[in-house]
Design a protein around this ligand. Structure first.
Ligand SMILES: Cc1cc2nc3c(=O)[nH]c(=O)nc-3n(C[C@H](O)[C@H](O)[C@H](O)COP(=O)(O)OP(=O)(O)OC[C@H]3O[C@@H](n4cnc5c(N)ncnc54)[C@H](O)[C@@H]3O)c2cc1C
Length: 437
């Protein structure tokens, strides 16, 4: 199915899903005389719950769902829509209190009936989960610790909310209505549990071994993996995989762009920049270590574009997916022209610059380096990639080339704006963001 059509269908399915509780309520309207604020608060609570449950499916990395949008867009949606779901869930008790101040006594987490307590726990869990997500970096909570708390609080909130709905008994007069609500949450949470516990079992069937860990310029490491007793991973250049070392069930799984040629699926290579715990230890991973790759993911690829040529704009380690693009095009003898604009701080930090020289001999590649702190005598571009620089270096046939951008988020935002100002149509601009969470 065409990607846009699939996207429209998914949006329609999502809207239907989150409004389904309202349809259930409408099937048997409230008896006359029930206060509007109370009924509206129940409706918002139901919708908020289903939205929260749907959050699990959004982060499930399902190819069918992510293909039309891209996983980064789904994760951004997951983050933004969480605020609306939170607002709906919190509005539920707030509207009850507005209706009658007596409801204030219900907000004690340990007080009241079990129906009230479980409702409170669900709301407190969702509020805590949201606060931890917003302030994770400021509170210096490690990514893995945050992920575990996020999952526990999320599942806990959904289960608690269902107990609350069951005990409160409003609009769940018929068993089938409650069954529908429970089925929705079970499927959504089940998709997430599948990702954590079942998918790793599939991933474990295609193991790899670390063949080599090579230092590159600018605290970047090339990590090479060889497939053990299987043909490897079929991917298109620009895609990425979740890398796990030693065990497929480890919580330490990290997304990295495949940097190797897609023509060599049996030997995968990643270009990994030292940043935190995991990436700083890559240089010490001994050859022979077991490795697992959950992928390929993503739709950031010239292979899916079909344009007559490409402009690749990399900031720092954003070069990783483009190394795969260039290595693949060179291996395939692809004659289409490519302009690589590669921004880095210093000349000595420019990873793969020698290999880029070699690639220039093997394909129609032009490279423009833009350095923040150039060495003495530098005659190339200086500073951040901006509109002025793009006007100067973009090829004349810029309206026919597909532009791919990968780098830090502020750079991507600025370059996207600059490209549009230079007249590049938005449909010919694609970006890959490494900072998703
Ligand atoms: C699609 C994609 C492709 C990427 N490709 C590359 C690449 O080719 N080369 C490269 O060097 N880096 C790449 N990254 C970034 C890389 O995943 C992070 O730098 C790495 O996970 C940091 O882990 P750490 O433990 O060293 O650092 P930490 O200090 O633990 O994390 C630093 C930041 O990295 C992010 N991060 C950490 N773990 C994860 C995770 N499991 N999932 C998502 N984000 C996480 C979080 O924003 C975190 O705040 C990519 C990221 C994404 C989303």
């Amino acid at each position: 199915m065409h990607r846009h059509a699939a996207g429209v269908l998914w949006v329609f399915a999502y809207v239907l899903l989150v409004t389904s509780p309202l349809l259930l309520m409408a099937l048997r309207p409230a008896p006359p005389g029930r206060p509007f604020l109370v009924e509206a608060s129940i409706a918002l609570g139901f919708v908020g719950l289903v939205m929260m449950a749907a959050q699990f499916a959004l982060i499930g990395r399902f190819a069918l769902l992510s293909a039309p949008f891209g996983i980064d867009a789904l994760l951004r949606y997951h983050r933004h829509i969480a605020m609306l779901a939170l607002a709906f869930v919190v509005a539920h008790p707030v509207m009850l209190v507005l209706h009658d101040r007596a409801y204030l006594t219900w907000l004690d987490p340990l007080g009241g009936s079990w129906a009230i307590r479980t409702g409170n726990w669900a709301i407190y869990a969702i509020v805590l989960l949201t606060l931890l997500s917003i302030f994770r970096q400021r509170l210096r909570i490690g990514y893995e610790t945050w992920r575990v708390t996020h999952a526990i609080l999320g599942v806990g909130a959904v289960v608690s909310a269902h107990v609350h709905i069951h005990l409160a008994g409003r609009y769940t007069d018929a068993v089938w209505k409650e069954a529908v609500l429970i089925a929705i949450s079970t499927v959504m949470v089940g998709l997430f549990l599948y990702l954590r516990f079942v998918k790793p079992a599939f991933v474990s069937r295609s193991p790899y071994r670390v063949a080599e860990v090579r230092p590159e310029r600018g605290t970047v490491w090339s990590l090479s993996l060889t497939a053990v007793d299987h043909p490897g991973l079929r991917f298109v250049p620009g895609q990425y995989g979740y890398l796990k070392l030693r065990s497929p069930y480890t919580l330490h799984e990290h997304p990295f762009s495949l940097a190797s040629s897609a023509e060599r699926p049996d030997r995968l290579e990643f270009a990994i920049k030292e940043l935190g715990d995991f990436t700083s230890g890559i240089g010490r991973v001994p050859p022979g270590t077991a490795a697992f790759v959950d992928g390929p993911h993503g739709s950031f690829s010239p292979d899916l574009s079909g344009a007559a040529g490409f402009v690749l704009i990399a900031g720092g380690i954003g070069i990783a997916p483009f190394m795969s693009v260039l290595r693949t095009m060179a291996d395939r003898g692809d004659p289409r022209p490519v302009l690589l604009i590669y921004g880095e701080k210093r000349w000595d930090d420019v990873a793969f610059r020698e290999e880029l020289d070699e690639l220039r001999q093997r394909m129609a590649l032009d490279v423009v380096f833009a350095l923040e702190r150039p060495p003495d005598g530098w005659t190339g571009e200086v500073g951040f990639v901006n509109q002025e620089m793009l006007q100067r270096v973009l090829p004349r046939e810029r309206f026919e080339r597909h532009v791919f951008i990968c780098g830090p988020n502020p750079m991507i935002d600025a370059v996207e704006r600059a490209l549009v100002n230079c007249g590049v149509p938005e449909r010919l601009i694609s970006a890959e963001r490494f900072e998703l969470v």
